[in-house]
Design a protein around this ligand. Sequence first.
Ligand code: SAH
Length: 365
Amino acid sequence: MIEQISTEESVSKTMLKGLTLKELKDFFTAAEEKRFRGDQVFEWIYGHMAASFDEMSTIPNYLRKKLNLYCELNTLSLVTSQQSQRTGTKKYIFKTHDDLAVEAVIIPDPKRTTLCISTQVGCPLDCQFCATGLMGYKRNLSSAEIIDQFLMVSRDYGKNKISNIVYMGMGEPLLNYANTLKTLQIFAEEKTKDISLRRITVSTAGIAPKIVELADSGLKVKLALSLHSMFEETRNKIMPINKKYSLAENLEAVRYYAKQTDTRITFEYVMLKDINDRTDDLNALIRLCKSIPCKINVIPFNSISHMSPTGYAHELQPSQKFRVDEFVKTLRENDIVVMVRYTQGDDIAAACGQLAYKLDHNEAE
Ligand code: SAH
């Protein structure tokens, strides 16, 4: 349950970040220290965003020394960050202790500032329209590495500036369920309440049984399903995971999710020319929206040409602007709530589906 990480000196240290409050308290109890040290360290990590044990002034000296010897606090180091001149979107590239790149993106908006975080390095799903899928899959991120994206960006960008978090970066959060859940449990604690769970969205390509599990977890985060088509055959083609967990199963799961959590489901819909923007697609989408509390997030398809895709992925084209407008207009005429996620950050390859950074040799050193 508690992660042991190997450092360069190959001493196995216990990672204290990414533990739930209960796990952290259990850790101190097991170490024959006072249980409330768990509360204090939790507060230091997530409240004060401390980057070292030495900053934890309420922890006695002898214990800080012990923590320095046997425990670890940090997982990621910043490689580079890049800000779009046009939109203010800021992309951060971090490096894990085993030299893998992790990306997080800040998306400022007049009403909110959203942080988009990654849950895996690469992605095993192979969605044909997504650059992350094309780079392949390396590994799951630990709960510490997931939450460290939030902590490191907060420290750089401003501690109280992030109002929303979306699990929409690299990877499929529900295929790294245990670690994703732990980070949500951390955000659910009173001490981290600056980010309320209602302002956190977990986005999934559709892992039906895990959607049900998340619904039963009692954590009422918002859920987004990357829908992209109402037809099984089309979804099989553009999202191969649909062959394992069908659209029908996923729709049943999200219906359950909406009911259990009393939240609206967000359906994400990347507009692909002649693939999911036909009248049949529109009508099927309208029927769905009338049967479930939801909103639609229409996303213009961001180019993935920087990945030189081949085969089917190479053929995908964005829907024409007039078609996107028509689609949105008709949905709205049917009283469906629609947001159009205008592309942000494509000038720095930070837009949806464009995250596929690889560290080159120099940066990894
Ligand atoms: N695996 C999760 C989260 C990562 S993708 C999921 O599938 O939901 C986050 C969102 O970006 C998804 O809705 C995804 O479908 C969308 N996306 C992927 N590639 C895109 C592209 N090239 N253009 C626009 N959106 C894209």
